[in-house]
Design a protein around this ligand. Structure first.
Ligand SMILES: [Zn+2]
Length: 141
């Protein structure tokens, strides 16, 4: 039986950063306002500055006014002056990927953003994508 070697220091730091991002998304999910769908989502967006911005979905009785966790995190980051982003973690039941609207809004700033989705019910289970893989041929003019 072979033993998995310890990761190199840069890889360890990279993995630790991703774990922190996923943990932040899970924590943000607890603040979701989702009385209608009861589908709680948390997002954590890592800016190039190293700061993590959190978001949760905020639903409204007028359903169309609901905003997703991903766009809440992005808007918060942009309002803080950030424009460059490295990775996004999203936590939800089932580990869903961002909706089309969020993909388009995120692509405005970071078309090659790393997107990590995690199943909030299954600790540690993550899938990783690149945004332009989730949204090929985004709208640009
Ligand atoms: Zn969305």
């Amino acid at each position: 039986m072979s033993k998995t070697p310890d990761p190199s220091p840069p890889l360890r730091a990279f993995l630790a950063r991703e774990r922190r991002l996923v943990a932040a998304a899970r924590a943000a999910r607890k603040r979701a306002h989702a009385p209608y769908s009861r589908f709680h989502v948390g997002a954590a967006l890592l800016a190039a500055s190293g700061t993590i911005y959190r978001g949760c979905n905020v639903e409204n009785a007028s359903y169309g006014l609901t905003i997703c966790a991903e766009r809440v995190a992005l808007a918060s980051a942009v309002a803080a002056g950030e424009r460059r982003f490295v990775a996004l973690a999203v936590a939800s039941a089932g580990g869903v990927t961002p909706c089309g609207a969020c993909r388009q809004v995120l692509a405005e700033f970071a078309p090659t953003l790393k997107v990590i989705v995690t199943d909030a019910a299954k600790r540690g289970r993550c899938r990783t994508f690149v945004l332009d893989e989730l949204l090929p041929h985004r709208f640009v003019f």
